[in-house]
Write a protein that binds this ligand. Sequence first.
Ligand code: NDP
Length: 297
Amino acid sequence: MGATVIDGKKFAAGVREQVAAHVTKLKSENGITPGLAVVLVGEDPASQVYVRSKGKQTVEVGMNSYEHRLDADTSEADLLALIAKLNNDPDVHGILVQLPLPAHLDSDLVINSIDPAKDVDGFHISNVGLLGTGQKSMVPCTPLGCLMMLREHHGSLSGLSAVVVGRSNIVGKPMAQLLLGDSCTVTIAHSRTKDLPEVVRQADIVVAAVGRPEMVTGDWIKPGATVIDVGINRIEGAEGKARLVGDCHYESCAAVAGAITPVPGGVGPMTIACLLANTLTACCRANDLAEPEGLTA
Ligand code: NDP
């Protein structure tokens, strides 16, 4: 029997609907409109697409979107001054600085200058520490989206064994922390892991966040396991046309897994949906209002 396909596109639409309903309520009952500021430095084409998409979806759920597009040669002092202004603006509840930044800017310094309460990407060192110690934090969007889909599919994750392949600060490490928070037994694998296929074969839940096209194949997967494919890789397909594939070889993994996220249409759509959810959460916290249920870790 083939795997259940976890439809991230549909799931993300549901999250956006929930966010929109809560925003409508905030506006009518409290006179508050959540606001998200996105800062883009330079003209990286992929970043421009992401920023456009974030702005569009922010407006669609009824929030205010503030876009700040800065020249590629913007000085660090000017960028930090803009962030300080946004930190002090009560209409801005979430701040996102689109990465990667041009090489002359220190990403860590810039990210850590954001007010942690407005850090909707969850990359500020305070939020990393809060998540690591199991305290209320802003949670990175992509791992949060993966967690939501896993909770929906499994109900409780308690006691399941999870292998996260990849140890980046934006996906692998926070994903592992979230799974640990839900009482999984977690292994983090990376490029130095010995006998990776055997490690992955132990897992009830596999999260692949590697950036290597179709690296994880069906013979690595324990029968019935849930496979969450974070990877987004553009490869050359038939007739030289580019196509997107994940870090997992979809057909062979789907033949063995119990459930799997496709690429595209799996984790990808959840990332922006969780950004909107985080902005709403930040707005509720800033105003001492109850947080929406099911939209945070
Ligand atoms: P990074 O490049 O920052 O990290 C990749 C990780 O994979 C590293 O920890 C690296 O190990 C590990 N790795 C690399 N090669 C191997 C290998 N052969 N075997 C085992 N582990 C390996 O990537 P990100 O975490 O930023 O992103 C991962 C993927 O997820 C990418 O495809 C990216 O495009 C995608 N992505 C998707 C998002 C979405 O919205 N769906 C959001 C963010 C990312 P080591 O540390 O030892 O070098």
